[in-house]
Unconditional design. Structure first.
Lengths: 186, 259
């Protein structure tokens, strides 16, 4: 394929973004347009900036390791007159279960139940149904329990670029209580 | 109005579990989580259980288990403490394990709260969705197998066959004659209910014998050869999807672009 002028390249990337079902990565773009990855990233960022500058009805959002078009939240009321609104929000039980899976993945159900102090069967099956978590093999331990991890849809669901974007855990340090383990770790 | 039963509406807060209830009591009493006044908290905990029972709120067995646990800790706290045998060996606080559990749970309860507000924000954002089945209908590929290679088909076929090999403990004696023609009808019938595509594996679900799998597979190959069905694989090693090729389903579709 011929070398593209910068404007043409941007136009092609817009086309790719338009048809891509999954978030489009700089790597994808670099591979298709035969560019360096940082050049591809620059084009994506430029398209993102264009959408903001021109106050378009959609934005280019960095999510799940790539870039995807999404509507502006302030247009939700109108958008929902056209398309089916998203499913109802998750229950407290499902959110707690999801939080534990997100930070401890891959994790077995029994470990989630140990932390929450209650059974989590229905929360886990809700999250599976919604495609927010998936099975991630089995632990090679007695009973070979199924392990769970979050999916790329989970990242999209909460607008996260990657798992590293999850809110930081605020661990209350017990005065003196954990001194011993801290010494060992340090 | 005699005989009418007065119904009181009592608002009883609902908790996710015993740890959630304990955190609530600790917060409500403004006590230090590292130095829980166990008698007070245990008493209030039991009061909540009694109230919940009065209003027929169903509580899981974990709530009762925790009640026992609290009483056991309370009893151990009441026992006179032995003088430590040596200075190194200090007696462990009976509340220690519970405190650690509460702290661990508290972390994830708070994170869940943050996830909830992220969820609320992003639930108002709609992503561009691409509908694979629709795209395929708009742009039917010239090759009915699409990107599916012969190797992909063989792999999927072997995977289904292997399932039947495992089932061979039961030997069937009667032999049903199954023809490719019958299976072609069967495949078309299944596909007609699945405009969004049927997965390769689910085409074979419900089939009980190995020979039936083989004939069904032959039927599928025949349909693909004639361009009546389209095969599509979203990505390497993912399940193969089978679609009815609507442009071959009878009349040629009018070209929406021309004119």
């Amino acid at each position: 394929m011929p070398t593209l002028f910068p404007d043409e390249a941007k136009s092609v990337v817009e086309a790719l973004l338009f048809v891509s079902g999954d978030p489009l990565t700089a790597q994808d773009v670099a591979g298709i347009l035969n560019l360096e990855e940082n050049e591809a990233l620059a084009i994506l960022k430029e398209i993102k900036a264009d959408c903001e500058k021109e106050r378009k009805g959609f934005r280019l959002v960095e999510v799940a390791g790539g870039f995807a078009f999404a509507t502006r939240p302030e247009h939700a009321a109108y958008v929902e007159k056209l398309v089916r609104p998203r499913l109802s929000s998750l229950s407290q039980a499902a959110l707690e279960t999801l939080a534990i899976i997100a930070y401890k993945q891959p994790v077995a159900r029994s470990e989630i139940e140990e932390i929450r102090g209650v059974k989590c069967d229905s929360a886990v099956s809700t999250l599976l149904e919604r495609g927010l978590i998936e099975e991630a093999g089995r632990r090679e331990a007695p009973g070979r329990p199924i392990l769970y991890r979050t999916t790329p849809s989970f990242l999209k669901y909460l607008g996260l670029r990657s798992l590293e974007d999850l809110p930081a855990i605020k661990r209350e340090e017990a005065e003196g209580q954990d001194r011993e383990s801290q010494d060992r770790a340090g | 109005m005699c005989g009418e039963v007065m119904v009181y509406q009592v608002k009883v807060p609902v908790f996710e579990g015993p740890l959630d209830l304990l955190l609530h009591l600790i917060e409500q009493n403004e006590v230090d989580i590292y130095d829980i006044p166990i008698s007070l908290i245990a008493q209030q905990y039991l009061e909540y259980l009694a109230l919940a029972r009065e209003v027929d709120l169903e509580l899981t067995s974990e709530f009762l288990l925790m009640a026992c646990n609290l009483l056991a800790i309370k009893a151990r706290m009441l026992l006179p403490r032995h003088e430590a045998a040596s200075e190194e060996e200090t007696e462990e606080d009976p509340r220690k394990e519970l405190v650690q559990k509460l702290l661990e749970y508290k972390i994830y309860k708070e994170i869940a709260g943050e996830l909830k507000s992220m969820e609320a924000l992003w639930s108002r954002v709609y992503w561009r969705e691409t509908d694979e089945a629709k795209l395929l209908k708009e742009f039917p590929p010239s090759n009915p197998l699409g990107t599916v290679t012969a190797d992909d088909l063989v792999a999927a076929y072997n995977r289904v066959l292997r399932k039947y090999e495992k089932k061979r403990e039961v030997v069937s004696i009667s032999r049903d004659e199954i023809t490719v023609r019958e299976k072609i009808e069967f495949v078309l019938e299944r596909l007609s209910h699945k405009p969004a595509g049927l997965s390769f594996d689910s085409l074979f679900s419900g089939i009980t014998s190995r020979s039936e799998v083989i004939v069904t597979f032959l039927a599928l190959l025949e349909l693909a050869r004639r361009g009546i069905v389209l095969l599509r694989q979203a990505r390497l090693f993912s399940d193969i999807l089978i679609f009815l090729n609507e442009s071959k389903g009878g009349e040629e579709r009018a070209d929406p672009v021309s004119g």
